[in-house]
Ligand binder design. Structure first.
Ligand code: ADP
Ligand code: ZN
Ligand code: ZN
Length: 829
């Protein structure tokens, strides 16, 4: 289609990725530089030649010369031509292949496919997939294979090889680091290479004995009764331990028991304290639980999952509280039993402590968490640990889809509709669900996509084949879904109610404490609606660097009142007077979490409120701790944003209030309705999960909106039907495909011009199945002083190789303007 481009910008066009070759070629190698100046820069692509007698495959771990040293590298890509500016005599040969098969089968096919589909370089994909410092921290070792050496075979090899053989033979396990051998024997590498070729030794990469694996003290109860010789205090300790399933981290027990004095119990042989690896979880060792007896629809779903063929993906559509997690758990058990591993992806790990806990109580120390909040060392340890291939469950966020599990038996995406599975700000703009499906096909394992509000893509796909649609239509124990009441806020105003809380919400809140129940109040976006404007002249305070209004921040009475930009974090003190007309009536509007919390405290002084949003949960462990306080009943009302939608299962929550649904309904992009429906349904689903019935109150200025109606009647299918019709008529996903090309830069003119150039090229060269919309400025045209333009492309047919089509367009972009390609964008703003 873009034939002309192929000649226009040859340099930009990559040679097709080849996965193996022999003979003289250039090879791009990813190396971890031995002395990184900063963590961003420590991975580098270097070009080497391949000696004729060496067979290299993509993904092999190599040793390559680097300055005066020899370091590890990964073979990434074969090149037909040397990169510009590099002379043949500057290129040094690869020294050796250290390990083949270091990465799981098909791992490099997967990464390569991602690079192609999301129109980016392989190195960009590698950077999200592999932990930094992977090679730098590993060590090459040489191991003798005594059974492969023919009797008296040494006679035939070189003195150099013989020297190495004898060193290895004298070591108990026949195993030395290559470094040691190199120190002992001059030119050891030639000998090693000779021996590897003969098959008498093997060379492998070993994780260093990591000093990073943190140990933590755990205490285990060894008795099942209460012996008579226990003192009052010791009895209390034993009781706490029993209650926690017999095992706890020591500091946590010390805190709960209010003592550190465990020695008498140890001396009597009632408890034992040992060091445990602290790789696993940041909280208590959990008690074991047993598989539950499944309901009939859970059972049907499980049976269907067990008959899935490799590479198939199935939708598990279960209303909130229908027991999807139990199905995951029981689907995974046989996978582990068969010696394989399972990968469980969740939207945000910090926000789903409950899910993680349930996995740990079922599978114990076979569960690992893997996400971006881990330190570099922790990530590395977990990563290397996965390569061992022991059966395990990895729970992680988006990037855990790259977990290098060699025997992958199942992939699960919980809340598959969640937009955090798509990477949008950074490249590659991959969607973990899409990658999961490819990975499952390459590894012949099934994918389970679970949700109460499936994405339209997944829904449509599952309708093709009834065996790929599994439904849990009821809540566990036939608990009813919560009743949803819609309150028209215009009426409230007419009746003279100027408070944030409608009459109905107010009376529900009033009786909350007496009934011993809890509530969740949902505020649609952090701060956003809380812009400050002048009541006299209408002036709105805006960020000087972005085209957005500033948000009002006020933490507590007496504290400094601040205005902050949520895009670039610019902040200033709230002025006393309007900068435009000097009027003192400068007021903030809208209802951020702060404001709701403040009003709540003012109007209901008896209620204990807890704020839960990205301001209060910034710290890594904060979400878990805050939620624990709430679950333990230390607070009555939890006030929060979108973060509250995810996976909370709290028995005593009977009331959910949605402060202003309207903030969700009106957005410029085509997915606004879908997102609003999903968010509202998920939030509503937090109510009434325990014994007592739940109630949801939605406050809105547009009660007649179809999304609000569908949420009220829990009518997913009705909503989907209408929405799909609209999508189809406009050829939006899941029917057509979208590609968004984003431009940004400090010089607004240059950005605009670049976008024009690219759009024109698209118009002239893309086929008739492409619709070209734009270029248009982004909804917020300027962020942190960078101007932003975009082109939206809509395709009716099958998506071909996007990378090959679009990457050449980069040559039309002016200097200092950046262009990013977002394939299958979720938001167009
Ligand atoms: P979902 O993930 O679909 O929102 P959960 O898996 O959280 O639902 O289940 C809701 C509640 O029901 C949980 O407390 C869970 O322990 C319980 N539960 C799930 N399956 C069963 C079952 N078969 N029998 C009894 N309780 C169950
Ligand atoms: Zn003014
Ligand atoms: Zn700003």
């Amino acid at each position: 289609m873009l034939d002309r481009h192929a000649t226009l910008t040859v340099a930009e066009l990559r040679t097709p990725y080849q996965l193996t070759t022999t003979g003289q070629l250039w090879l791009e190698v990813l190396v971890d530089r031995p002395y990184p100046r900063d963590s961003q820069e420590d991975q580098q692509l270097l070009t080497y030649s391949v000696p004729p007698d060496l067979t290299v495959e993509i993904g092999d771990i190599l040793s390559v010369p680097f300055g005066s040293q020899v370091i590890g590298g990964i073979a990434l890509r074969f090149l037909e031509n040397l990169p510009a500016g590099l002379e043949e005599n500057q290129v040094r040969p690869v020294e050796d292949v250290i390990t083949k098969g270091f990465f799981p089968d098909n791992y490099w096919q997967l990464l390569t496919k991602i690079a192609q589909y999301y129109a980016t370089d392989l190195i960009t994909v590698v950077r999200v997939a592999l932990p930094t410092g992977l090679l730098r921290r590993s060590q090459r070792r040489i191991r003798l294979k005594p059974e492969a050496i023919p009797p008296g075979g040494e006679v035939f090899c070189t003195p150099l090889s013989r020297q190495i053989l004898s060193l290895l033979k004298n070591q108990k396990e026949g195993d030395y680091s290559a470094k040691y051998l190199q120190e002992k024997v001059k030119n050891a590498n030639y000998g090693i290479r000779d021996l590897v070729k003969r098959g008498w030794v093997e060379s492998y990469l070993e994780a260093p004995k990591s000093p990073n694996i943190k140990q933590k003290k755990a205490i285990t109860l060894l008795i099942t009764d209460f012996p008579a010789d226990l003192t009052e205090n010791q009895r209390k300790i034993v009781e706490i331990l029993r209650h926690q399933g017999g095992e706890m981290w020591l500091p946590e027990l010390a805190q709960l028991a209010g003592t550190k004095h465990f020695k008498p119990l140890i001396d009597k042989g009632y408890v034992v304290i040992e060091d445990r690896e602290f790789l696993r979880l940041s909280s208590a060792i959990m008690s074991r639980d047993q598989p539950k007896t499944l309901t009939s629809s859970q059972k049907q779903a499980l049976e269907a999952i067990q008959t899935l063929k490799g590479g198939e993906s199935v939708l598990l559509h279960g209303v909130t509280g229908s027991g999807k997690t139990e199905v995951y758990l029981q689907a995974i058990a046989p996978v582990l039993a068969a010696g394989k591993s399972a990968l469980v992806l969740v939207p945000e790990i910090g926000l789903t402590p409950q899910l993680t806990d349930r996995f740990v109580s079922r599978f114990g120390d076979r569960v690992y968490v893997y996400h971006s909040a881990l330190s570099e060392g922790e990530r590395y340890d977990t990563w290397r640990q996965m390569l061992t291939g022991t059966p395990q469950v990895i729970i992680g966020t988006r990037s855990a889809i790259f977990a290098p599990l060699p025997h992958l038996g199942m992939i699960i995406l919980d809340e598959e509709h969640d937009s955090s599975f798509k990477q949008t700000q950074l490249l590659p703009t991959y969607h973990a669900r899409t990658v999961a499906k490819w990975r499952a096909q390459l590894n012949h394992c099934p994918v389970i996509l679970g949700s109460a509000t499936p994405s339209l893509e997944t829904w449509l796909e599952s309708q093709v084949n009834p065996s790929l649609y599994l439904s849990l239509p009821d809540r566990i124990q036939n608990r009813p879904l919560p009743r949803v009441e819609i309150v028209d806020m215009r009426r409230e105003l007419q009746r003279g109610n100027r408070s944030l809380f409608s009459q109905s919400l107010r009376s529900s809140l009033e009786t909350l404490r007496d009934k011993g129940e809890q509530a969740i109040l949902f505020v649609s976006r952090r701060g956003h609606s809380t812009f400050v404007s002048c009541r006299s002249c209408g002036y709105v305070l805006e960020c000087p660097h972005c085209d957005v209004s500033l948000s009002y921040h006020h933490t507590e009475p007496g504290a400094q009142e601040l205005l902050r930009c949520h895009y670039c974090n610019y902040g200033r003190i709230h002025p006393k007077q309007c900068p435009e007309c000097g009027s003192p009536y400068l007021k903030f509007f809208g209802t951020g979490t702060q404001r709701v919390t403040q009003e709540l405290t003012k109007e209901f002084p008896d209620l204990r409120c807890l704020r839960f949003d990205s301001d209060t949960t910034r710290n890594k462990n904060a979400p878990r701790e805050l939620l624990k306080l709430f679950t333990d009943g230390e607070f009555d009302v939890l006030v929060g944003t979108q973060m509250l939608t995810k996976g909370l299962d709290i028995e005593r929550v009977t009331l959910v209030g949605i402060m202003a649904a309207d903030g969700l309904l009106y957005h410029s992009d085509y997915r606004a309705s879908e997102r609003a429906f999903q968010t509202l349904t998920q939030v509503a689903g937090r109510a009434g999960r325990g014994e007592r019935e739940g109630k949801v109150i939605i406050q809105t200025y547009t009660p007649e909106h179809p999304v609000i109606r569908a949420v009220q009647t829990h009518d997913y299918e009705g909503f989907v039907e209408t929405e799909l019709m609209q999508r189809e008529s406009l050829n939006y996903p899941p029917y057509g495909s979208l590609v968004l090309i984003r431009f940004s830069g400090l010089d607004g003119e240059a950005v605009h011009k670049s976008a024009e150039n690219v759009a024109e090229e698209c118009v002239n060269n893309l086929g008739s199945d492409w619709d070209i919309l734009g270029p248009a400025p982004a909804t917020i045209m300027r962020v942190a002083n960078r101007y932003r333009w975009q082109i939206l492309l809509k395709l009716s047919g099958e998506k071909a190789d996007i990378g090959r089509l679009f990457l050449p367009l980069k040559s039309l972009v002016l200097p200092k303007v950046s262009m990013a390609i977002d394939v299958d964008p979720l938001t167009i703003e």
